[in-house]
Design a protein around this ligand. Structure first.
Ligand code: SF4
Length: 199
């Protein structure tokens, strides 16, 4: 029997944050996460539904990706936590099907090699971060939270103001603007897909 992956959804949209903002991507969203982000512990409440899903083989996944975004050759692997499921077999199969791969991970799991663009958005304490190299590292910051002392080696370091649902709080944005002004090796990254009303 063919191996399956638990997939929450596949959709075609525009990347709303990070250094790849504004580019068209297929999003392959996996079921399940190993974290529980809450405002009391993380400065924001997780607003992602990652409990539901269906089992798909690699062939099922590629067929649905091609049907969903026939013009697109970039896939964002996301979740939940995609590192719970993404493995070398899937990476190789998607590359063989001529896709390029980005991933958005909470950093708690060391990823297989070969992913073309790695975004680590830590949701665990620094000592618990296992994926310590990335193209970009992105921290969500709520009002009053300081600049991170990250263990992740990344070309780009980003601060993302916490949203409350679909709303960006002006005080939190002002706080994050202040953080990047005082720490010029960090950049501001706002979740523009929420403002653009795209998924
Ligand atoms: S790591 Fe991401 S998906 Fe998981 S609970 Fe936190 S915000 Fe939600």
């Amino acid at each position: 029997m063919s191996k399956t992956y638990r997939v929450n959804e596949i959709f075609f949209s525009v990347q709303g944050e990070g250094m790849r903002v504004g580019t068209a991507n297929l999003f392959l969203r996996f079921t399940g996460c190993n974290e529980t982000c809450r405002i009391e512990t993380h400065g924001f409440d997780c607003d992602t539904e990652f409990a539901s899903g269906r089992d798909m083989t690699i062939d099922d996944i590629i067929a649905q990706l091609r049907e969903t975004g026939p013009t697109c050759d970039w896939i964002v692997l996301t979740g939940g936590e995609p590192g719970l499921q993404v493995d070398r077999e899937l990476i190789d199969a998607l590359h063989a099907a001529d896709f390029k791969l980005a991933i958005e991970t909470n950093g708690s799991i060391e990823l297989p090699a070969g992913i073309d663009w790695v975004t680590v958005s830590p949701k665990v304490a620094e000592h618990a971060i296992r994926q310590r190299t990335a193209d970009e590292v992105k921290y969500v910051r709520g009002y009053g939270q300081g600049i991170p002392k990250t263990v992740v080696q990344a070309e780009y370091k980003l601060i993302s103001p916490a949203f409350s649902g679909d709303q960006l709080d002006a005080r939190t944005l002002d706080w994050c603007v202040m953080l990047v002004k005082e720490n010029p090796d960090w950049r501001l990254s706002v979740q523009m897909h929420k403002a653009w009303r795209v998924r």
